[in-house]
Design a protein around this ligand. Structure first.
Ligand code: PLP
Length: 404
């Protein structure tokens, strides 16, 4: 008889499944509360689920594909990394839009940004000492993806005043174990967008450190919100500024298709050892079971590249909500992109503040889960009507603190 302890499941996976995420918990609470008091009486800012429908071209293309394509092809397997014509069409679109020179042969089709990220981390992290730098506040799943791939998360806190990169702290955190730096612009949860100058400064530091340590430091750019920008034409495309770049893209947010699970990984053509990095991406996708992303949605892509949902509605929501909250007396980081607003909590503990907001039927996510203290995240991808109706609740919550 062997005395090795038998386990029915993996401890790390169990812990992840048993705890869930703070955002989802609040969302589930909201669902229950809506049943109890009526959906109109709950002001649910919890989830980043696009509220604007995808443009008509999406359904028109799908119908056309279904009517005019052989079903065994349409619903059959594509190549593991994705259909070559689709990948070439993405590369051509990127090259035309951003003036880069990327290749379809270095694109790997995936199930959204989540799969793009987890495949990329598993492809790159090669030893237990490999570190990935993330900037707080950050999307909570980053920690899950990096740690499951055996990487170490190194958090660099963004500047308190504008949530941009603190370059001094960033440079001080890079060391010989730094394998990659992860950025997300436009950002979840803050709505902050990095300018060209930000990306240039970041790249200059990375080039300097690559030279110092004599190995590549990858810049991974998580871009599900790439087209959701309000005050600039386009976000700077990272491969134009830094060679060792990998882009993790998703069609979930900008074109409102989160349930269809479609996105891609692009290894820059200029990346050090690009072909072998790409092979590692393919192997990682293979081992994680992310091969042959949903075929119907791959075939849709060439027709919808360059389209977005009507973001004027998000802009209207953002401007109204920001101005109303400011009028009441709240302090918020002005968001230039995505559909999130980071608002300062009225006490040190964001969790307590979020709990007190619940009493006013306001569901706002405490910033602790994003690796940052003292704020709450509001997802304003909701109806304009809900935002309007929620303002008195924000006022009542504010007065409660003022009159303490
Ligand atoms: N990265 C960020 C910053 C996100 O906000 C999200 C989803 O909310 C994801 C990745 C995952 O996106 P997807 O639904 O495409 O997997």
């Amino acid at each position: 008889m062997n005395n090795i302890e038998h386990k029915n499941y993996n401890d790390k996976s169990y812990a992840l499944g048993a705890t869930g995420s703070a955002i989802r918990e609040l969302f589930e609470f909201g669902k229950k509360r809506k049943q109890e008091i009526g959906a109109d009486n709950v002001f649910d800012y919890s989830l980043g689920n696009p509220s604007i429908p995808c443009p008509d071209i999406v359904n028109e293309t799908l119908i056309n594909l279904i009517k005019n394509t052989d079903a065994t092809l349409l619903h059959g397997y594509t190549s593991g990394p994705g259909d070559m014509n689709v990948r070439n069409s993405i590369a051509s679109y990127l090259n035309k839009t951003y003036g880069c020179s990327e290749k379809g042969s270095l694109i790997y089709m995936t199930c959204g940004a989540a799969a793009s990220l987890t495949v990329t981390f598993n492809a790159l992290i090669a030893s237990d000492s490999d570190e990935v730098i993330v900037f707080a506040p950050f999307f909570p799943e980053y920690r899950v993806f990096i740690e499951k791939a055996n990487g170490i998360v190194k958090v660099v806190k963004s500047r308190e005043e504008d949530l941009k990169i603190d370059f001094e702290k960033f440079e001080g955190t890079i060391n010989e174990n730094t394998k990659a730096v992860l950025i997300n612009s436009p950002n979840n949860p803050s709505g902050v967008v990095y300018t060209e100058e930000d990306i240039k400064n970041l790249s200059a530091i990375l080039y300097k450190k690559e030279k110092e340590y004599n190995h590549p430091i990858f810049l991974i750019s998580d871009e599900p919100y790439r087209e959701l920008v309000y005050n600039m034409d386009k976000v700077p495309f990272v491969t134009n500024y830094y060679d060792d770049a990998i882009v993790c893209y998703s069609f979930s947010k900008s074109i409102s298709l989160p349930g269809e699970r479609i996105g891609y990984i692009l290894v820059s053509n200029k990346c050090n050892d690009a072909i072998n990095v790409y092979k590692a991406i393919c192997g990682s996708g293979r081992s994680l079971g992310f091969v042959c992303a949903p075929a119907l949605f791959q075939y849709m892509i060439p027709s919808i590249l360059g389209y977005t949902s009507n973001i004027d509605e998000y802009k209207k929501n953002k401007d109204y909500l920001y101005n109303e909250l400011k009028k009441i007396g709240y302090d918020a980081i002005y968001p230039d992109g995505a559909f999130y607003m980071f608002v300062k909590a009225l006490e040190d503990s964001a969790s307590n503040f979020s709990e007190r907001a619940k009493k006013h039927e306001l569901l706002i996510v405490p910033s602790d889960s994003f690796g940052f203290t003292g704020y709450v995240r509001l997802s304003y991808c909701v109806s304009f009507d809900m935002i309007k109706r929620s303002i008195p609740a924000f006022k009542a919550l504010f007065d409660e603190y003022k009159n303490k």
